[in-house]
Design a protein around this ligand. Structure first.
Ligand SMILES: Nc1nc2c(ncn2[C@@H]2O[C@H](COP(=O)(O)OP(=O)(O)OP(=O)(O)O)[C@@H](O)[C@H]2O)c(=O)[nH]1
Ligand SMILES: [Mg+2]
Ligand SMILES: [Zn+2]
Length: 327
């Protein structure tokens, strides 16, 4: 490594500017070195949580030279971006998937979040928030545990402090966590509780349907008193799957375990003879509803991967046919 090159963490991504942190410089801003990123596309664009090599500039923005290899990577499908992918965070050790103990509570949405994060090799913990608002919150906890037998599920309240110790247990010093969930579930409130101060803005939710107001607008990494880091992510309207088939198999283990035992490897679990999935449904070990949800999410993931492949090859062709652009 060159003597004036160092490594920093991306703590927020603004339009074309990145907020960075390292122990020597503290907080500072940087921009991408065009020749490394745009022309050669040697390095993926940094996202919150990434470690990058940079060249410090005392007078203004520093120069980001390279994104270092990622330990983990969470991304979702995004029809609007050229690459069809939207990166959510990099190098995350633990994803906390938040849903509130109110009208926001939704198992299907959790299945999506789990599939997306597990696809990125990130360990997941489901968190039911606002336990203080619902006298039946314990029932929701039991329902979720039954639905997700292989997943850690916590019930917490940032008002009473219930369950917060179990959150800390999953955020050891040096680790990176991410809070994901719809707008209004209390991600920023939990960040503030853990940080011990009002680092993030918080807003009320609509009374009638518990929907939030999209208070947090960009991903922000916060350093917590115990030496761990957490990324607060704005509530997403939609979390579309991207290349998430493996993550789905892990999430729907109750289906995928039987799936491996069907007589035909391409069994659709409809009418084929020797179908272990249908047999499990008949024995009452699996519900038809779970199978339907799994199949529809699988189909979505396959469709998205195909769109993605088409998009990538189109861009590659364009790149080959165009003269070198300057930016
Ligand atoms: N009663 C109760 N209210 C909570 C709790 N946690 C959060 N809230 C309230 O829920 C509302 C939304 O909280 P936020 O922290 O802004 O939600 P968010 O998930 O960050 O939302 P976005 O930034 O829009 O994605 C606020 O009015 C909070 O006070 C809790 O444990 N109990
Ligand atoms: Mg927020
Ligand atoms: Zn089958």
């Amino acid at each position: 490594m060159n003597s004036n090159e160092s490594t920093a963490r991306i703590i927020a991504v603004h339009k074309e500017r990145y907020a960075l942190y390292d122990e020597n410089q503290g907080d500072f801003y940087g921009r991408l070195k065009a020749s490394n990123y745009y022309h050669l596309s040697r390095s993926p664009y940094p996202v919150t949580g990434d470690l990058v090599k940079y060249h410090y500039n005392e007078a203004g923005d520093s120069v980001i030279l390279e994104t270092l290899p990622r330990k983990t990577f969470i991304q979702r499908f995004d029809a609007w971006s050229a690459s069809n992918a939207q990166a959510i965070a990099a190098n995350v050790d633990e994803a906390f998937l938040l849903t509130s103990a109110n009208h926001d509570f939704n198992l299907k949405r959790l299945h999506r979040y789990l599939a997306v994060c597990r696809q990125g090799n990130v360990h997941c913990t489901v968190v039911i928030t606002k336990a203080d608002t619902n006298p039946f919150a314990e029932d929701l906890l039991q329902i979720t545990k039954t639905d997700l037998p292989d997943t850690d599920v916590l019930l917490i309240s940032a008002k009473t402090g219930q369950g917060i110790d179990a959150i800390w247990d999953r955020m050891p010093e040096g680790s990176i966590s991410v809070f994901l969930g719809s707008s209004g579930v209390g991600k920023s409130t939990l960040v503030n509780y853990l940080a011990g101060s009002e680092v993030m803005d918080v807003n009320g939710i609509r009374e009638d349907d518990s929907k939030g107001r999209h208070t947090t607008t960009h991903r922000q990494m916060i350093f917590l008193p115990n030496g761990s880091m957490v990324i607060d992510v704005p509530g997403m309207r939609e979390l579309a799957l991207l290349d998430a088939e493996e993550g789905l198999q892990q999430t729907f283990k109750s289906v995928s375990d039987f799936e491996g035992q069907c007589r035909f490897s391409d069994c659709t679990h409809e009418k084929e003879p020797g179908c272990a999935v249908r047999a499990a449904i008949e024995r009452g070990e699996l519900s038809e509803k779970t199978l339907r949800e799994y199949k529809s999410l699988q189909a979505e993931a396959v469709r998205k991967r195909r769109d993605w492949a088409i998009m990538v090859s189109k861009h590659r062709k364009e790149l080959q046919n165009s003269p070198k652009r300057k930016r």
